[in-house]
Design a protein around this ligand. Structure first.
Ligand SMILES: Cc1cc2nc3c(=O)[nH]c(=O)nc-3n(C[C@H](O)[C@H](O)[C@H](O)COP(=O)(O)OP(=O)(O)OC[C@H]3O[C@@H](n4cnc5c(N)ncnc54)[C@H](O)[C@@H]3O)c2cc1C
Length: 448
């Protein structure tokens, strides 16, 4: 007779690996199913910034313990192995297309402070996944790959996980950690009713020889493009390496051509004179509102599968840990139900839906959809002093909004039309702000 599992985890990204590891450590019989041939390969664009050593995310301030080679989550009370390199960076610079900027933290001052001055750090995601997998392999967790999960079926008190390859697995609970385009969210009908804001598309380049004024910084650059596009550039952990990516919320745009224009002409061209592209990584994902109730038929969905944008590696491992512990309690207490995994569902509601929901996330990226590139440039020209150095998804947008509020009187006087637009920005319905992105996107497949 085929083995029955206490828990089947679908997807071996950071969330699924952490869920399988935690459940295995708790003594559950676990199956982990992944569709990739090589589980730890990274073949999608990712900046690999750690959120966050210098701020909080989901209440946590992560600790990088280099001596013990671990990333520690003291607020939640767990740690994960990380034997890889890291590269600190010391400021976050947000540029308009022709060079005016807002800076979070003064670079030189922060470099002098060393670790105490870092905005946060970049890590190597492949090494991180390998560390989690190594710990899983030492536990009683059966890892199955490559298997592509197509659906789950509730059968009596159990769940059957069906794969495209024709194999199926039976368990009491399933944790769905199958990422941004979650098949399980779709087949369980949990995408119904989600609001759609556009399809985020990314074209990223691993590069050597980029020469920005601040070597170890996070750069966010608004391009002079219509529809709006931004560059995000971070150091990588290797010597003289950067990762530069063009992102947009409008699918169908020519990101490669935009990157050529950005890197060959204009204010930033001198940074790229000797630069060489080593590898191209892309990604595409729909921006949908969070799934508010991520449980159905003994399946709990977690992390990017239910988020509006990305949970980040940090949010992914916290979600995996929380969900696996909730399942453990449910099994011990014999509550094979929504009630049994309530601790996870309550955490999800309190920490994400109530504190950092999709409305906040999307308002934070609305600026280039409301102002023109020249207006953004004018606004940035008015903010002369560096803002406090903080890398925190909740606090950083507030700092920037505070700085903008201070220059509003000048904008009102010198650019009344722009002032009108900014004054209305907080109250225009998001559907209106992102109407071009919504029209260009392709949500129907996931929302069915
Ligand atoms: C452009 C970009 C930049 C980013 N930058 C950062 C950053 O700087 N720092 C950071 O921490 N995070 C960053 N992220 C976010 C981060 O990559 C994700 O939030 C994180 O990986 C989510 O983890 P996850 O395990 O939920 O999903 P994923 O990492 O997507 O893992 C899902 C896994 O499920 C597997 N899977 C999917 N469908 C199936 C199926 N049907 N059957 C079996 N297996 C399946 C996939 O192959 C994959 O291995 C970035 C993301 C993007 C797109």
């Amino acid at each position: 007779m085929a083995k029955e599992y206490d828990l089947i985890v679908v997807g071996a990204g950071p969330a699924g690996l952490m869920a399988a590891k935690t459940a295995g450590e708790n003594g559950l019989n676990v199956a982990l199913i992944e569709r990739k041939e090589r589980i730890t390969d990274i073949n999608r664009a990712c900046s690999m910034m750690l959120v966050s050593l210098a701020g909080k995310y989901l209440e946590e301030r992560v600790i990088l313990n280099v001596r013990e080679k671990r990333l520690c989550f003291p607020w939640y009370g767990f740690s994960i192995p990380y034997e890889g390199p890291h590269q600190d960076f010391y400021t976050w610079v947000i540029y308009a297309h022709n060079g005016h900027k807002i800076q979070l933290g003064d670079y030189q001052t922060n470099v002098k402070k060393g670790e105490a001055g870092r905005a946060t750090t970049v890590y190597n995601k492949e090494v991180l996944l390998k560390g989690l997998l190594k710990e899983i392999n030492a536990l009683k967790v059966d890892v199955f790959h490559p298997y592509n999960v197509v659906r789950t079926v509730k059968e009596g008190g159990k769940v059957r996980v069906v794969t495209r390859e024709g194999t199926s697995f039976k368990g009491t609970f399933v944790i769905g950690a199958d990422g941004r385009a979650s098949r399980l969210a779709s087949t369980l009908g949990l995408n119904r009713g989600r609001r759609f804001f556009g399809t985020a598309v990314t074209m990223g380049y691993e590069m050597v020889g980029v020469d920005p004024p601040e070597k170890y910084a996070l750069f966010q650059i608004f391009l002079n493009e219509d529809p709006p596009m931004r560059i995000w550039m971070t150091p990588r952990t290797g010597k003289d390496e950067h990762f530069a990516m063009v992102t947009s919320l409008t699918s169908g745009i020519d990101s490669a051509a935009a990157f050529e224009r950005f890197s060959k002409k204009g204010f930033f061209a001198s940074w790229f004179r000797k630069a060489e592209k080593k590898r191209t990584l892309t990604s595409a994902g729909n921006m949908l509102s969070h799934i508010e109730n991520p449980y159905k038929d003994q399946v709990i969905l977690i992390s990017d599968a239910v988020w509006c944008a990305e949970a980040e590696m940090t949010g992914a491992v916290i979600s995996g840990w929380k969900a696996a512990n909730a399942v453990t309690y449910a099994l011990v207490e014999g509550k094979i139900s929504r009630e049994g995994v309530k601790s996870y569902l309550d955490w999800w509601r309190k920490e994400v839906i109530e504190k950092y929901n999709d409305q906040d996330m999307m308002r934070n990226v609305a600026l280039p959809y409301v102002l023109t590139p020249d207006e953004i440039d004018f606004m940035f020209s008015l903010i002369k002093e560096p803002l406090p150095s903080i890398f925190d998804p909740y606090e950083t947008p507030k700092l920037i909004a505070g700085a903008l509020a201070e220059v509003m009187p000048i904008i009102a006087k010198e650019r009344p039309a722009m002032f009108q637009k900014l004054s209305k920005m907080g109250s225009i319905p998001l559907r209106k702000v992102f109407e071009g992105c919504i029209r260009a996107g392709f949500p129907s497949r996931v929302l069915c």
